[in-house]
Design a protein around this ligand. Structure first.
Ligand code: GBH
Length: 499
């Protein structure tokens, strides 16, 4: 991980040119339009703590951090995390204080269904989420609820987890409980967060829970089952709940931008898109896996000595069943990469076996995580690509944010959000992209999966040395408060004035 060596170094890279700041004054493009809601997010395992509160079951992250602590950079865990299990009112207070429109949360499967299955539903688990959702509604903050953000019950993993096709049924039972219990109050559900990540990283490479290095066979099997689970949950909502609850259900895709390294690399950019974002968006918006992906994986499988493509095949009925199962395009976007085609794939997380090599433009500014560069034009590129490819669907940006290493005067984060939101507003005003929600990641520094607490995305810091886990606003919290208070994108604070 590339870390800021000193405070000074970090602050020295955040200057914006005079003209960049001046351009914001009196510019109607900076007004946040009526139809664009702005919020902030977290996820259950990353903030809740309460890992064994009441009758909660063990999940795959509990198991990973307790049995293989070395898999986390700083050997920490989410046992207490931000203690949002007890401090949710404080979280809501801050969301309110920054005047955000919505708060994106996720639900812990094992907290709601301790056995993993719906034979026993935890009253305490339900109560926690009812309290949190009620607190949001009482404060006029819209809850966006992700049903699954990577923390499924360990007992289901013991049966193969997402590599077992029965997971479709297990997930459906869980989703049914969620719709039934919370659908009166929650009008936006996300079925799965970043299938690409939990499948590739959890079942392909094995560096996040459940930590199974099953190569492409496991990763694509996971994706196949997870796509079906998503679609079944969508159909369940249509069948049983939509007419009464009238909400929206979708899936969240991880869509980093892959920009051609040279003008000759446009095919590389297309392949990289289809292997990452397109892996789940194509089946949902167009039908079946992208052709480029099917062809490449088939070829790779053959070359590697497999008798069949390691990308499973959907039947025509399954293709039809999955197509159209999203009421909005959920997108997590952080950064961009340059791509080029190489003879042999230099494997990396998102582009396994695509024959694509990714790199960074040396002029891009780095943040507190080595993969995360500030490339705002890449965000506009992605928004326009989604519009063009999938017929301008309503887009909910469900995560966007920048990492730091315990920096309270986070000028760089302010700059990041300023530049990315400016790009988003251009995509809306100039290019007519149908972006309806933007969600900053994250409300508070939290357990960053295999990075532990070594880097944070929070607008609020956490006092990690105190069991009370006090929230301490970073500078970006007051910047967002100003933006939301005026409903207009504001230039970054001048660092010298903040001293
Ligand atoms: C999000 O995923 C998660 O949804 C969220 O829970 C998490 O807190 C947030 O990221 C911040 O980490 O160049 O090959 O090394 C984004 C997952 C994982 C995407 C690391 C980019 C590096 C790709 N990211 N990955 S590589």
């Amino acid at each position: 991980m590339r870390k800021c060596l000193t405070y000074v170094l970090c602050l020295s890279v955040v200057t914006l040119s005079y003209s960049e700041v001046q351009a914001t004054k009196n510019d109607s493009y900076f007004v946040i339009p009526e139809g664009l809601k702005i919020g902030v997010g977290t996820s259950s395992y990353q903030v809740e703590g309460g890992w064994n509160a009441s009758d909660k079951g063990e999940n795959v992250w509990d198991r990973l951090v307790h049995s293989k602590p070395w898999m986390i950079l700083d050997e920490t865990d989410g046992d207490l995390a931000a203690d949002s299990y007890n401090k949710y009112k404080e979280d809501v207070h801050w969301v309110k204080r920054m005047k955000f429109d919505h708060y994106r949360i996720s639900l812990s499967w094992a907290r709601i269904l301790p056995t993993g299955l719906s034979n026993s539903v935890s009253r305490e688990g339900l109560r926690y989420y009812h309290n949190l959702i009620d607190e949001l509604l009482a404060n006029n903050i819209e809850p966006l609820v992700t049903i699954y953000h990577w923390d499924h019950p360990q007992v289901l993993e013991d049966m193969g987890g997402w590599t077992n096709h029965m997971m479709v049924k297990f997930y459906l039972e869980y989703a049914n409980v969620v719709f039934r219990e919370f659908g009166d109050k929650v009008k936006v559900f996300t079925t799965l967060n970043e299938l690409q990540l939990f499948c590739l990283s959890g079942y392909g490479i094995g560096e996040i829970a459940p930590g199974k290095p099953l190569n492409i066979t496991g990763a694509y099997l996971c994706g196949h089952n997870a796509l079906k689970a998503h679609a079944e949950a969508y159909h369940l909502y249509n069948r049983e709940y939509r007419s009464k609850q009238n909400g929206r259900v979708g899936i969240v895709s991880h869509c980093a931008s892959y920009l051609p390294k040279t003008p000759n690399d446009t095919l590389a950019a297309e392949i990289a898109f289809e292997f990452s974002c397109g892996w789940i968006s194509h089946p949902i918006y167009i039908g079946d896996y992208p052709k480029l992906m099917k062809d490449k994986v088939a070829q790779f499988s053959k070359d590697a000595g497999f008798t069949e493509s390691q990308l499973p095949v959907f039947s025509p009925a399954e293709i039809a069943r999955i197509k159209g199962t999203s009421d909005y395009f959920g997108m997590n976007h952080y950064t961009s990469f340059l791509v080029e085609q190489v003879p042999d794939s230099e494997s990396n997380l998102l582009l396994r076996d695509s024959g694509i090599k990714q790199s960074y433009d040396p002029s891009w500014e780095i943040t507190g995580m080595d993969w995360l560069n500030i490339v705002p034009h890449g965000f506009g590129y992605m928004l326009r690509k989604i519009k063009a490819k999938y017929n301008n669907p309503p887009v909910y940006v469900t995560e966007n944010g920048s990492a730091d290493n315990q920096i309270m005067d986070d000028h760089q984060r302010i700059k990041y959000h300023f530049l990315y939101l400016r790009e988003l507003l251009s995509a809306v005003y100039r290019d007519n992209c149908n972006v309806q929600k933007y969600t900053a990641w994250s409300l508070v520094d939290c357990f960053e999966w295999s990075t532990g607490y070594a880097a944070g995305f929070g607008l609020l810091a956490l006092n990690m040395s105190s069991p009370a886990r006090e929230r301490i606003p970073k500078l970006s919290a007051s910047w967002f408060e100003t933006v939301m208070g005026t409903r207009k994108l504001q230039p970054p604070f001048n660092s010298t004035l903040q001293k």
